[in-house]
Design a protein around this ligand. Structure first.
Ligand code: NAX
Length: 334
């Protein structure tokens, strides 16, 4: 079997460190699937990526055919089948949103252009670096020859956080849950939705009502505890751990690509994918939705009913995505 070329940007950072070893061990593409790793860093991050590469060598992974480290996107993405765009510019003290978007446009624009030029014909891209949805939009806009459906932003961590919080509340195994969805932006406005979810085949809303003493109590728990806990989990991790989510983010990125390339069978997961207008989300935005994969691309699950509460929450998150897109447009980036 030919090795798959996986490019990881920001490979010298903390998510990179949690990601590389599991990819090389076969957790993402499969236990028999050879992998060639390309690590992209900025010059200040090269030493850290080189250190990770030395450790990768010391693991003697049977599936890892090659590791290359570079600060040139055209080298990093040359022949890439999968690109995991992790490196991004964090929000500095006093930085306005427009400054943050401009700084990231300076990263994701050139990376999109390089992908367009040198990536393999079957390239698929997942954007992890924040603001992830709009960074995906910027990268895709800079890659006119790559179908926009090949890009996605990561909301799998939010999806997994939602599963874990529900499992804890219901005292049920994670594996017994189906049909959770994350809608909108990977930000505090995201909408973690359980309206279509089931636990051991039974509606989650019924199970919550039974557990919490009625439908009103279940609705209050969802609004006042569940949604803020999931949407605010990143901040909670920072306050407890002293730095942002790394292993869980890497795990989610691996699950995202795993499900994309292996397919989701009859299940769904969540990812921020190119909107074609599904659920009233303006076409062209990268917005999270429940998605399935046939092994080649994610597709939005259609035909779900959004109740008034869900509709209102999705509208708020989409308005934020529209504002980010308009700010990027105003900068002349897309
Ligand atoms: P780190 O600061 O540890 O690592 C980022 C690395 O990216 C650094 O080594 C830096 O040198 C490198 N980098 C910066 N600009 C680059 C460029 N132009 N090309 C290549 N490399 C570049 O951050 P880390 O904790 O790894 O987080 C990375 C990104 O993931 C951040 O933007 C973070 O906000 C985002 N996250 C996204 C999540 C999601 O669910 N979508 C969750 C976790 C995380 O917060």
């Amino acid at each position: 079997m030919d090795a798959t070329t996986v490019t990881v940007t920001g490979a010298g950072g903390q998510i990179g460190y949690a990601l590389l070893f599991r990819i090389a061990a076969g957790a993402m593409l499969g236990p028999d699937h050879p992998v060639r790793l390309r690590l992209l860093e900025i010059p200040q991050g090269l030493k850290s990526a080189e250190g990770a590469a030395l450790e990768l060598q010391d693991c003697a992974f049977p599936l890892l055919t090659d590791v290359e480290i570079t600060d040139d996107p055209r080298v990093a993405f040359d022949g890439a089948n999968i690109a995991m765009l992790v490196g991004a510019r964090p929000r500095g003290a006093g930085m306005e949103r427009a400054d943050l978007l401009a700084a990231n446009a300076g990263i994701f624009g050139p990376q999109g252009a390089a992908l367009n030029e040198v990536a393999a014909a079957d390239i698929r891209v997942v954007v992890v670096g924040n603001p992830a949805n709009t960074n995906a939009l910027i990268a895709a806009a800079a890659a006119p020859d790559i179908p926009g459906e090949r890009f996605a932003a990561l909301t799998r961590l939010d999806h997994d956080r939602a599963l874990a919080q529900l499992a804890a509340a219901l005292e049920a195994p994670v594996a017994s849950l189906r049909g959770v969805a994350i809608w909108g932006n990977h930000s505090a406005t995201q909408f973690p939705d359980v309206a279509h979810a089931s636990v051991e085949g039974r509606p989650v809303l019924d199970a919550l009502a039974e557990k919490l003493g009625g439908a009103d109590a279940a609705a209050s728990w969802l609004d006042d505890v569940f949604v803020p806990r999931v949407a605010g989990r990143g901040a909670e991790i920072i306050s407890v751990r002293g730095s942002s989510s790394a292993a869980s983010a890497a795990n989610a990125a691996i699950s995202h690509v795993h499900d994309l390339v292996h397919g989701t069978a009859n299940e769904w997961t969540s990812a921020a994918v190119l909107s074609h207008g599904e659920y009233g989300v303006p076409a062209g935005l990268y917005s999270s939705a429940p998605v399935t994969s046939d092994g080649t691309a994610f597709r939005v699950v259609e035909g779900l009913d959004l109740d008034a509460r869900g509709r209102a929450r999705l509208d708020v998150s989409v308005a934020e995505l529209v504002a980010e897109r308009d700010a990027v447009r105003a900068l002349g980036v897309i």
